[in-house]
Design a protein around this ligand. Structure first.
Ligand SMILES: [Cu+2]
Length: 858
């Protein structure tokens, strides 16, 4: 499915006015890591100011245009619609403007006025402006994935979140086959704001089986922006780790007088490991002003095998997306209306106790963008509804459990869990250039999230295993009753270009977050079992006031210094907040089974909520230094050390005598039982624990480094280049111990080759052993490993074929953030000691795999 297109706030800036002239001498935004994009791309540039048009061209085509803004003043362009190489697009835009261009690097172009300009004017080229993203404040560590780099990545992976894996500072937690969770600089999941075509979606599942990135098929992504750490407040709100903005492709309209435009894309893939396959189709029809699009995608996989050729249970999935979009363009106004649905009939979760047996989502959204004399206006409105059903998948109905007196029956659905989720919201933002130097951005957004979760009763009958579980009747267990989390955010941001060398950005933001939930209900009937523990727990929870209100203030400030053409520095500080989520506040039962069902951490432990949680407040500091050759063409190196101090970081505490939320006085007996290992929070000695959420101050620090360089270029041998990404993060709780899921030192080194239509790479990935683990969760250590991947692609006209060989050496490895391997464990065995369901296995990564994919555009 694709969703509505949105503008990543703060990245497109008005240039059709003298503001752009104020950017004299501002120097290039560092290009995205990766290799130059020389391929044909779709452009949709409206008629109007030439400066604006050039800016859009630079942005879409990945070009840097270097010119004195004075030469474009007052000039108009007829606009551009369709597919062009960057150079052809530039020629079209310049038309009869009287400007000429000169390529001074594979991506760098200078513009000059033709003959009438006195020579001394042209000679002032070192006082130049650069269009593209640099016109707005673009953080040095901001990464864009688009164009051919994105296409190649789409052919390699099956999960949208995994498109992000090559970005410095970004890692993913395994979760399901199409539901990986992003982690930025050690801050995971809901600490990262994810915007999908302008929609903010909160996962409708205690195990986060349907995180936001799972709602767009990777083939329907047109562009991804990732902002780490110090992100602008306009992109903030629940984003203490960073922000990921995913957009479907921009609408392309027909050229004036050229009739109807028909275009589209067809793609397919097959991956040997797990026999995964899928395909997608995109078709569009447009005239000058209206465009209609349809996109559909399907993908599925069986369980994959690891490096030892063992099948990893509960890793299969099937996923379908459909969407339609209607877009209107008139003068400087663009309106997009989009609707779609997602259907996941099955998705296994090897690190969770449950599997997704159905997920249906429908959404609709509207996006308006307009250019006015005073600036830009951008508005979004969206609604999303999810119907989610979890149960224990067949891989987890482990035969060992079903002994002779407890026969296995595949049809046993023994832990049905239903969730209904809704996301409704808007975001309005105005961008107002003011004078020669300043730009102001103000905005307001609302996100209403509501969740219902109930677990239907399982009626007992003689001899069935379900009776052994016991007590799951006669009522539905209500975990969340019309729970809500509503956030209203308002922000103001100021960008200033002080001089060619100095730029700054300052923003403040206020969010009010209100959470609430209605009364809950246990399985047991309060009248029939008035003394039942969950009956008493539910009554105690219902007697409480559930409403929580949080007022949070964010500040984000950064300064960019560009002393010359080949170096840039940035220093930033951000104070950012995240109010606790519904699944951190409200899961109310300390019943062993109820707790086992809750936890999105991939650790196999059981969790209970904490209604008294305070918001997390992060203080992020980062410094980036970037160096490159003067044309930013041959080589680049960029390093960002960072530090975060997080007040009230929401972490875990063991249940036990000292835990006010889950202790023996409350009837919580799952620790220290006579005859069992007397470890607080643990039921018998199997390595899994019962935990509650709690606030603890924490600090995280680390560094990201990326570099690329051209190596060799030759007519016969082609072009060789190399790029590398390194990262390390360390996290500690101030009251002792490590934070969970911190990525050890890791490095990727890639040797890239391009010649004609061929594009190939050999990649080596090194991951150090993970030894700084969190003892509270019984996080397992992982050994170090080296993986080798190879890929090649050939593009001929409109057809691209990609072939990949992943994990060439068939190495058995365990990604440090994958989580535990519980894919064949009986789901409720968290309390088991006499069965082999122990927390002593990491989830293995995929063994050797060959994949082939094609993309046909027309
Ligand atoms: Cu779920």
């Amino acid at each position: 499915m694709t969703l509505k297109k949105s503008t990543a706030f703060g990245k497109r800036r008005r240039l059709a006015n003298p503001i752009s002239a104020a950017l004299l001498g501002a120097v290039c935004a560092l290009c995205i890591s990766g290799i130059a994009l020389a391929d044909n791309q779709q452009y949709n540039i409206p008629a109007g100011s030439l400066a604006t048009a050039l800016n859009k061209l630079a942005e879409t085509g990945g070009l840097q245009l270097v010119y004195d803004t004075a030469i474009a003043e007052g000039l108009q362009s007829k606009g551009l619609s369709g597919k062009y190489s960057p150079e052809a697009a530039l020629q079209q835009l310049l038309g009869n403007s009287g400007l000429s261009y000169r390529m001074v690097g594979s991506r760098t172009v200078t513009l000059e006025k033709m003959p009438t300009v006195p020579p001394d004017k042209v000679a002032t080229l070192d006082k130049v402006t650069v269009t593209g993203k640099s016109s707005s404040y673009r953080a040095l560590s901001q990464t864009t994935i688009a164009g051919s780099q994105l296409l190649q990545r789409q052919a390699q992976v099956q999960d949208t979140a995994r498109l992000l894996e090559d970005i410095p500072g970004v890692t993913v937690q395994a979760n399901g086959g199409v539901s990986s969770l992003p982690i930025i600089r050690g801050l995971s999941d809901e600490r990262v704001k994810v915007e999908i075509d302008g929609m903010t979606i909160t996962s409708a599942c205690a195990n986060h089986m349907n995180p936001p990135l799972s709602y767009i098929d990777r083939t329907n992504v047109g562009k991804i922006e990732v902002l780490q750490g110090v992100t602008p407040v306009s992109m903030g709100g629940d984003s203490i780790g960073g922000t990921i903005v995913v957009q479907s492709p921009d609408p392309v309209f027909a050229e004036a007088g050229k009739g109807l435009l028909l275009d589209g894309k067809l793609s397919g893939f097959y991956r040997s490991n797990g026999d995964a396959f899928g395909g997608s189709i995109a078709a569009g029809v447009a005239n000058e002003h209206v465009r209609l699009d349809y996109t559909g995608a399907h993908s599925q996989s069986m369980n994959y095998s690891d490096g030892n050729d063992d099948i990893i249970k509960s890793t299969a999935y099937e996923n379908q997306n459909h969407a339609a979009k209607l877009a209107f363009k008139f003068d400087n106004h663009l309106l997009e209306i989009k609707g779609g649905q997602q259907h996941i009939p099955f998705q296994g979760f090897p690190t969770a106790r449950m599997d997704m047996l159905k997920n249906d989502s429908i959404f609709g959204n509207v996006h308006y963008k307009g250019d006015y004399d005073w600036g830009k206006l951008d508005g979004k409105l969206y609604l999303e509804n999810t119907t989610h059903f979890m149960d224990i998948g067949h891989d987890k109905l482990f035969p060992l459990y079903h002994t002779a007196d407890r026969p296995y029956t595949a049809s046993h659905a023994i832990m049905p869990m239903d969730v209904r989720g809704r996301n409704l919201g808007y975001k309005v933002q105005a961008e107002i250039p003011f004078g020669q130097r300043d730009t102001f951005r103000v905005g307001n957004e609302l996100h209403l999230n509501s969740l219902d979760e109930w677990w239907s009763p399982v009626s007992p009958y003689a001899g069935a295993p379900r009776t052994a579980i016991g007590g799951m009747w006669p009522n539905s267990f209500v975990n969340l009753n019309n729970a809500s989390r509503d956030r209203l955010g308002t922000f103001a941001e100021w960008e200033a270009n002080w001089s060619p060398e100095w730029k700054s950005m300052l923003g403040i933001r206020y969010d009010h977050t209100m959470s609430d939930t209605g009364n809950v209900q246990p399985y047991q009937d309060p009248v029939l079992s008035p003394t039942g523990r969950t009956v008493k727990e539910a009554a105690a929870f219902n007697a409480k006031d559930h409403e929580r209100d949080f007022d949070t203030f964010d500040v984000s400030a950064s300064m960019q210094f560009t002393p010359d053409k080949s170096s840039q520095y940035e220093f930033g500080y951000a104070r950012k907040n995240r109010a606790p989520g519904i699944y951190e506040l409200y899961p109310w039962s300390t019943n062993f089974m109820a707790m086992s069902m809750i936890g999105a951490f991939g650790d196999g432990n059981g969790y209970v909520g904490n209604i008294n949680l305070e918001p997390e407040t992060a203080h992020n500091i980062s410094f980036t230094a970037a160096f490159h050759d003067a044309d930013n063409d041959n080589w680049e190196i960029k390093a960002t050390p960072y530090f975060s101090y997080v007040e009230n970081f929401i972490d875990a505490d063991r249940c036990g005598p000292d835990n006010p939320i889950c202790n023996s006085a409350l009837g919580f007996g799952y620790y220290g039982q006579p005859g069992d290992a007397a470890t607080p929070g643990q039921h018998r000695d199997n390595g899994f624990y019962f935990l509650s959420h709690g606030n603890h101050d924490a600090r995280l620090w680390g560094a990201d480094l990326s570099a690329r360089t051209h190596l060799f270029k030759d007519q016969t041998l082609g072009e060789f280049a190399t790029h590398t990404v390194l990262g390390y993060v360390r996290g500690e709780r101030m009251d002792g111990g490590n934070l969970y899921h911190m990525m050890p030192f890791n490095a990727k080194l890639s040797l890239d080759h391009k010649k004609g239509g061929w594009s190939s790479a050999v990649e080596m990935q090194f991951v150090d052993r993970k030894s700084d683990v969190q003892q509270i969760r019984n996080e397992l250590t992982t050994p170090s490993y080296i993986l080798l991947n190879a890929k090649t692609g050939y593009t001929y006209k409109n057809l691209s074929i990609d072939v990949g060989l992943d994990n060439v050496l068939d190495k058995q490895y365990y990604h440090p953030l994958a989580g535990v391997n519980a894919g064949d464990y009986y789901a409720m065995s968290i309390t088991a000691a006499d069965w082999p369901y122990r927390n002593n296995r990491n989830l293995p990564g995929m063994g050797r795999s060959v994949s082939v994919g094609f993309t046909l555009t027309y």
